[in-house]
Design a binder for this molecule. Structure first.
Ligand code: DHB
Ligand code: FE
Length: 288
């Protein structure tokens, strides 16, 4: 999309999405997390290495002043558009997640992305995720089981579930969508089982009308993520996991802009024969 073809409505939507992702992230950061990340020697080492890597690239690539100024302008715009969460979650978070989860034996995690909201309404076993009466898309029953690494079922585990709608918009990050649309919190029964009636999400394009979109089009990249279900699974005494599940055959499973697809996270949905589908996935949690 070029500057001149911007619809002001879409531009406003992206700005709102970026600034609510930025605000939400700031609000979620606890004093505890910040305190843990302020060791002076560690900061000096990490910031020093990042700056050195950038300087190496500049010298190796013989960066011009025109390119330097374009970079400076673009970095300013990322902040103005509220797109630092977007930028980091798309191009950086997957490596952080890989490091953080490398010791795990249980189910794979992947990136959280910018659109998690805590406190989604509880959905009873077999109930429907909050959605509009005419919610577009294919109805999807999502079900499975949560167990410990040794196989013991985990009762009262919580599963936070969130997806974009069929147009690729997340509630609370786009206008005119009910607050908790396609977001819910499930619990497992005594046997560790859960089940919810939802809508199969569609492939999703990250917002293209801000600084990140400008980079994507200037570089000739694409903005697509394959269709995905976001989940956070937690049970007492176990390590919580943040993950996403994907659908076989999606054209972007092999070139996800956010590099967040793993083979273990592929669903195997079956057609129920009446226009609805059922996907089953079992989660295995490591001990805390
Ligand atoms: C982004 C969006 C997502 O829905 C996601 O899962 C990961 C990243 C993003 O726009 O940055
Ligand atoms: Fe997402």
């Amino acid at each position: 999309m070029t500057d001149t073809s911007y619809s002001s409505e879409i531009a406003a939507a992206a700005a709102a999405s970026g600034s609510s992702a930025t605000r939400g992230f700031i609000e979620r950061q606890s004093a505890q997390q910040l305190a843990e990340s302020t060791d002076q020697a560690r900061i000096s080492r990490l910031a020093g290495r990042a700056i050195a890597a950038l300087n190496d690239i500049i010298k190796e690539e013989r960066l011009s002043y025109a390119e330097y100024n374009a970079l400076k302008l673009w970095l300013i715009k990322v902040g103005e558009d509220g797109e630092w969460p977007l930028f980091l979650d798309v191009w950086v978070e997957h490596s952080v997640e890989e490091v953080a989860s490398s010791h795990r034996q249980g189910s794979k995690g992947t990136i959280e992305g910018p659109y998690y909201v805590a406190g989604a309404p509880q959905v009873p076993f077999g109930g429907a995720i909050p959605m509009r009466p005419d919610e577009p898309g294919t109805p999807l029953t999502f079900q499975g089981r949560v167990t410990a690494v040794g196989g013991a079922p985990l009762a009262n585990a919580t599963i936070e579930y969130w997806t974009a709608d069929a147009l690729g918009f997340y509630s609370q990050f786009a206008p005119s969508i009910p607050e908790w649309n396609l977001r819910g919190t499930l619990s497992t029964d005594a046997d560790g089982r859960f089940q919810v009636e939802a809508i199969q999400p569609a492939p999703y394009q990250i917002p293209t009308d801000g600084a990140c979109g400008q980079l994507i089009s200037a570089a000739g990249w694409h903005a697509w993520r394959p269709a995905h279900i976001h989940l956070k699974v937690a049970a007492a005494g176990h390590e919580p996991i943040t993950t996403q599940l994907y659908f076989p055959g999606d054209p972007h499973n092999d070139d996800d802009i956010a590099s967040a697809v793993k083979p273990e996270l592929m669903l195997d949905p079956v057609d129920d024969g009446d226009g609805t589908r059922t996907a089953t996935y079992d989660f295995v949690l490591d001990p805390a």
